[in-house]
Design a protein around this ligand. Structure first.
Ligand code: ZN
Length: 160
């Protein structure tokens, strides 16, 4: 079966950046299982997988525009420590969920000093070209229930 909209696809993958640092990998865990065409994965990777079949291996470089977007320096904000309930434990790299007009956004702490904390609302992978090494391990038709939910069930998918 070829990968097309409405198929459930399982992949083993390793994701690296331009410097070959491993960002994420399914190594040692379950494959990633998703519904093709349901916006479950980034558009650039989904496009590259279209038409592939079980056993295919591919190397894909996905530019930020087809992944998590370009970085927007306007999304960085300096916030007074006094606005945090307890600011003494806040360190660079910590992530918080904050409510915004567009729903909940995850912000990352990028700088701390005696008075202020700088947070960045860019996705941690914004502006980064993503290099995927992928092996297609299974392709099957999605069930009506999976299509209804918009995600895959079973091993590697949602369990509910
Ligand atoms: Zn479900």
């Amino acid at each position: 079966m070829q990968i097309a909209d409405g198929t459930v696809v399982s992949i083993n993958y390793t994701l690296t950046d331009d410097e070959n640092n491993v960002i994420d990998s399914s190594d040692g865990g379950e494959p990633l299982t998703y519904i093709h065409g349901a916006n479950n994965i980034i558009p650039g990777l989904e496009k590259a997988l279209s038409g592939k079949t079980m056993g295919d291996r591919l190397e894909v470089a996905v530019p930020p525009q087809e992944a998590y977007g370009l970085r927007d320096d306007g999304l960085s904000q300096v916030i007074s420590r006094s606005r945090f309930e307890s600011s003494q434990d806040i360190e660079i790299g910590m992530q918080f969920q904050t409510p915004t007009e567009d729903g909940v956004t995850v912000v990352t702490v990028t700088a701390v000093d005696a008075e202020n904390i700088t947070v960045d609302a860019n996705h941690p992978l914004a502006g980064i070209t993503l290099h995927f090494s992928v092996e297609v391990v299974a392709v099957r038709a999605a069930t009506a229930e999976e299509m209804d939910h918009g995600h895959a069930h079973g091993p590697g998918g949602h369990h509910h």
